[in-house]
Ligand binder design. Sequence first.
Ligand code: ATP
Ligand code: MG
Length: 413
Amino acid sequence: MSVLLPGSIVNGQPATLGVMGGGQLGRMFVHAAQAMGYYTAVLDPDPASPAGRVSHHHIQTDYLDEQGLAQLMQRCAAITTEFENVPAPALFTLGAHRFVAPASDAVAIAQDRAAEKAHFVKCGVPVAPHAVIETEAQLAAVADDLLPGILKTARLGYDGKGQVRVKTRAELVAAWAELRQVPCVLEKMLPLKDECSVIVARSGTGEMVHFPVQRNLHRGGILAVTEVNPGVIDPALAQQAVAATKAIAEGLQYVGVLCVEFFVLEGGQLVVNEIAPRPHNSGHYTLDACDQSQFDLQVRTLAGLPLTQPRQHSPAIMLNLLGDLWYAPPELGSEPNLLHKSGSDPNSGSDPNFGTPPWDKVLALPGTHLHLYGKLSARKGRKMGHLNITGATPEAVRATALQACALLGIEPF
Ligand code: ATP
Ligand code: MG
């Protein structure tokens, strides 16, 4: 592939990078690309999409709309994706005419839990015991030792959606019916001690760099807290996680930023959970705690620029800010503010506790970095933003994070 230099002119147009999907990940990609001098184009049908609102160009069509894809190609020299549920065929179409990273075949594997697991096995990385369920016969043949388990739709799941926890065979049958008998994977419920993730960036010439191993705490199937400092994960385990992530990326001949999520079991074994073919929520701390963020590396891989090993310069904690915080009861510290009085948001109903969280108090704490995604309505469970906390020591970072939790009504960790 050729190098697309920042600020250059290509065929009479400013060098422009494109992204399929206009959510918060697309928005942070756009910010990073623009900081480096690129123009950007976002394809997303939603006129209010977080990335569309900050991009030079916003193409508001469906992901498979031929005219929309043609416009994106006309504008952009290279195109990435921010969202693994962008249909792989759209990336395939774009890839025939433009440099697309990650490539559609790698994204297609990440879009299907069964294909993804088969890839992990091929790479020699341990996975949870599981069975693919696509037919009544496969359902009946499920081994007893996979229960209790989690039935997950093979495609289109995120933030714990499309998953049902099942204890018995009867519950499994009911759960598959509830999921409308779409192809699923049943995973054995594993005793988790911890969860962690690793983000790598791999260039078109096969260079690979990685961020440190991140420890993740999920609540209700949604990432709540990420903590990154050298003490959080046992060094031998961390080394193993980085090696497994690199093997998975290498096996896909992956180009771009890739996140691999792992489980750490009670007995200390590492098991891979899933991959995201894009920057990941657990890598948002890199915006403030590293000399290059995961979005900077996404820009570099897409533009064919060199990769250098990123360096974390501060211990960090990231707190996800879900829409729930806009509904926090005042005794936990949130005061409804005048601009956003209860009822001004269509989703707040008549909830008297609805209001903007006290960001002024949070930002009075040292080392806090607020990132909001520009979403206008706060629904429960919706990712509205994140708060990064940096500091001189892991202990100081943790103390500040707990103070922020108390102000915002986030359960301490
Ligand atoms: P996202 O895409 O937001 O990461 P997802 O919907 O793809 O989420 P998973 O990563 O499969 O969902 O699962 C969400 C969470 O549920 C995991 O991070 C973990 O906490 C728990 N979980 C999933 N599978 C298992 C399992 N086999 N055993 C124990 N816990 C599990
Ligand atoms: Mg997950």
